[in-house]
Design a protein around this ligand. Sequence first.
Ligand SMILES: Cc1cc2nc3c(=O)[nH]c(=O)nc-3n(C[C@H](O)[C@H](O)[C@H](O)COP(=O)(O)O)c2cc1C
Length: 211
Amino acid sequence: MSEPVDRVLTTTRAARRRLDLGRPVPRELLLECLEVALQAPTGSNRQGWQFVLVSDPDRKRAVAEHYRRSWYAYAARPRPAYPEGDPRGARMDRVVRSARYLADHMAEAPWLVIPCLEGRLAAGASTAEQASFWGSILPAFWSFMLAARARGLGTAWTTLHLVYERDVAEILGIPYDRYTQAGLSPVAYLRGEPGAALRIPASQVAHWEKW
Ligand SMILES: Cc1cc2nc3c(=O)[nH]c(=O)nc-3n(C[C@H](O)[C@H](O)[C@H](O)COP(=O)(O)O)c2cc1C
């Protein structure tokens, strides 16, 4: 393993219970992470991204309340079923408990970060259009999380507030007609040292030469 890059890549977990909610995170550290994130690729190098970083308690509460409502509605739906022995099934209860914790505590994170991309996909957008659109913001979001991890910070990729994207845009003054929100992550110092997760092995997902 090429240290320390692979270590960061393999231990950037969805941090929920490990978030140190009581410890402030300086703005400068977030800017550093953002500088790293902005090295990510975008289609035609458009860089149509904007990032909203929120620490104001009232705004965080308002955003988190939408996230929470959406999470509880999602959690009430049937869960995906995995075959016996599949590591995803074995972890499911733990993931749900951890996700519920985040749903209940999102507002307490020192910062909430929302990546946005200029434009909006038309209904019925082709696969190529979707890939180009999301591919121009999600790598930067992930890079932000990796840069955060490298600095002792924890993050968690979430999408459920997007059910209420327009309401959250209003709370934060995001111009909904011109910018699409791509996710939401809490940012806080990490407690403890996460390790690599059990994933499906590469041999089961690689198709050499032909599917
Ligand atoms: C597209 C996407 C959407 C996600 N949405 C949520 C979410 O709304 N809430 C949440 O708690 N976690 C969310 N997650 C985090 C996943 O649950 C997490 O990445 C997965 O369980 C693996 O976690 P690990 O890396 O800690 O093993 C999302 C992840 C991705 C990539």
